[in-house]
Design a protein around this ligand. Structure first.
Ligand SMILES: O=P(O)(O)O[C@H]1O[C@H](CO)[C@@H](O)[C@H]1O
Ligand SMILES: O=c1cc[nH]c(=O)[nH]1
Length: 284
């Protein structure tokens, strides 16, 4: 497939096919769902009425198709900010002005948050270190307000319980999220309590990377995660509950993409949609 690469910097072939994700311009939709788990990517695509492309390379599984008439790509990014950075940078070489929503899983930190609830991120603590190579430490990882509203509206549309607030993106599932496993003591065992005291809603591993890179590049992005763990009582979700929570998270992410499409048409040349503009969803 690949004859040679442009350079050590732009690792793409003559057709523009990217080294890690193995996709080229034309193969990625503007509306993209990102998930950590490649099997979840396949389950997202299970909602498509038509599939035009499936590609798998390393951990990156991508499927492009149509969902209720809207062209959508879903990609499994793998876990963590490092592999997510590769996915986002390479996707942005394949598509202009993308709209990206992460549909992930997460651990909840606040009382009143239950297994299976959704968390919509307004912003994220950049505890990972990938984004430090792009921006200074005080740079905020902030979601597009349109994405926050679209995700909340999409969750309401399916009667799903959700929370909105600040997420912490960790570079680690175990020590970095305060999980003490025999023989692997975390340096900061109380990190969950510290973050909870600061009002942080949830811990996961990719959102800050997506939000930071989206602000830098200038595209619309947001994140919604299903609660798989409640950290205060140390409970992890059962397989049956996980299925339902994942379905709700996927439905919310896909619903939000349609709303974001309608918002974009309603706002025209304005920088942002606001409620005064209304929505015409018929063209979605
Ligand atoms: O379910 P995903 O999207 O992978 O998200 C969460 O689950 C993984 C850890 O189990 C990390 O990637 C974390 O961010
Ligand atoms: O506790 C959790 C659950 C899912 N994903 C995470 O990163 N942490």
């Amino acid at each position: 497939m690949t004859q040679g690469y442009e350079s050590a910097t732009n690792v793409r072939d003559a057709e523009g096919r990217q080294y890690h994700i193995a996709l080229k311009p034309g193969e990625v939709a503007r509306h993209v769902i990102l998930v950590g788990d490649p099997e979840r990517a396949r389950r997202v695509a299970g909602n498509f009425e038509a599939v035009e492309l499936e590609r798998s390379n390393r951990e990156y599984v991508t499927i492009t198709g149509r969902h209720d008439g809207l062209r959508v790509s879903v990609m499994g990014t793998g876990m963590g900010a490092a592999s997510t950075e590769i996915a986002i940078v390479e996707l942005c070489q394949c598509v202009e002005r993308p709209v990206m929503i992460r549909c992930g899983s997460t651990g909840a930190l606040q009382p009143g948050m239950a297994l299976g609830d959704l968390v919509i991120s307004q912003a994220a603590l950049r505890l990972e270190n990938t984004t430090r190579f792009y921006v200074e430490d005080s740079y905020p990882a902030v979601a597009d307000p349109q994405a926050v509203m679209a995700l909340a509206a999409a969750a309401d549309a399916i009667g799903q319980r959700y929370h909105v607030g600040v997420t912490a993106t960790s570079p680690s599932f175990y020590a970095g999220q305060g999980r003490a496993i025999a023989g692997f003591p975390p340096r900061e065992p109380d990190i969950v309590e510290r973050l909870a005291r600061q009002g942080v809603k949830n811990l996961e591993m990719e959102t800050a990377c997506l939000l930071t890179l989206a602000t830098l590049r200038g595209f619309v992005a947001g994140a919604v995660c299903a609660v798989y763990a409640t950290r205060a009582d140390d409970v992890f979700i059962s397989p049956a509950q996980k299925d339902m929570a994942e379905k709700a998270c996927i439905a919310t992410g896909l619903g939000a993409l349609h709303l974001l499409d309608a918002m974009e048409r309603a706002r025209g040349a304005r920088p942002i949609w606001h409620p005064g503009l209304g929505l015409n969803e018929s063209g979605a």
